[in-house]
Design a protein around this ligand. Structure first.
Ligand code: ADP
Ligand code: MG
Length: 282
């Protein structure tokens, strides 16, 4: 089954083609004609204008676009934090109505409990789910190793660097074995070097865990490094401009030629839609 492209999709002559790979996997997320409007005293904003998106199990999908194009709004709808004003959003066939442990979120600002150690933060969701002490311990140990935090399992949040906090957040989000991981600019506040490291690690974690990921960024190169598929969004009103399927081998590094070419392609699409280069991170 091929993923339908929006009418604005680029011609098939681009080197990145259309996606076929994970298309045979079940469709986990279906957002169809989603509309979301915010009315305040001063503004009437069409944050999402008939946005459609599908994510298959095991896919890593990046949403990229400038600030204000509705990325967080779309992610929040999928997370169950926000309602729709029009259209539908279903997860595994059921309408999304509220947050659930099948969709865990990693934010830009780490949402960790400062009074708990790293290990206890990772175990937190499992405790809520009623996992036994042994189960919690084993699962947390496994994930702390996956995110390279084993040495810091007893540390408290204020003792961690920004990158370590994001690793801890990732481990906590993965601990409950979500069907889909939702990430909203999780590396945007980190220095460039740490971001490079975490982009590499996240590719490894995703490959190892088989996680399905919806990842929001305004950083074009980050989208090119991480995505199996990149969904390009444009603002005013928030719309899906087009999608790019990415067949580049992994792990991908920021300096890879293929990554650079893909980033240029995404920038060109945004530019063609009237988004200035300065509005997205290169
Ligand atoms: N709660 C809200 N109230 C009013 N306007 C909002 C609210 N949330 C988002 N918006 C507006 O909707 C648009 C899309 O916002 P957002 O989804 O945060 O974009 P992005 O994450 O791509 O930067 C922006 O114009 C923003 O100002
Ligand atoms: Mg946002």
């Amino acid at each position: 089954m091929a993923i339908s492209l929006t009418p604005a999709a680029a011609p098939a002559s681009t080197p990145f083609g259309t996606r076929e790979a994970a298309a045979s996997e079940p469709t986990l997320l279906v957002v169809s004609e989603a509309t979301r409007r915010f009315r305040t005293k001063r503004h009437d904003t069409l944050a999402l204008d008939r946005v459609s998106l599908e994510v298959h199990a095991g896919e890593f999908v990046c949403l990229v676009g400038p600030s204000g194009c509705g990325k967080s709004t779309l992610l929040n709808i999928v997370a169950g934090f926000e309602p729709l004003d029009g259209g539908t959003a279903t997860f595994d066939g059921s309408p999304i109505r509220r947050p659930g442990p099948d969709r865990t979120v990693v934010f830009q600002e780490p949402a960790l409990f400062p009074w708990l150690t790293v290990r206890s933060n990772v175990e937190f969701g499992l405790r809520i789910q009623g996992a036994s002490k042994q189960e919690r311990h084993d699962r947390a140990s496994e994930l702390l190793e996956v995110v390279n935090l084993t040495r810091f399992e007893r540390a408290f949040v204020h003792e961690l660097s920004g990158g370590m906090k994001q690793r801890a957040q990732l481990a906590r989000a993965l601990a409950v074995s979500p069907r889909m991981l939702l990430m909203d600019e999780p590396f945007a506040a980190l220095d460039a070097q740490t971001r490079d490291v975490l982009q590499l690690e996240l590719q490894q974690v995703a490959a190892r865990s088989g996680a399905t990921v919806l990842f929001v960024t305004h950083n074009v190169r980050e989208a090119a490094i991480l995505g199996d598929r990149v969904v390009v969004m444009t603002p005013g009103p928030g719309r899906v401009h087009s999608e790019v399927a990415v067949a580049l081998s992994r792990p991908r590094q920021p300096d890879d030629h293929g990554v650079a070419d893909l980033a240029a392609e995404i920038r060109a699409r945004l530019g063609g839609a009237g988004v200035a280069d300065a509005e997205v991170a290169p």
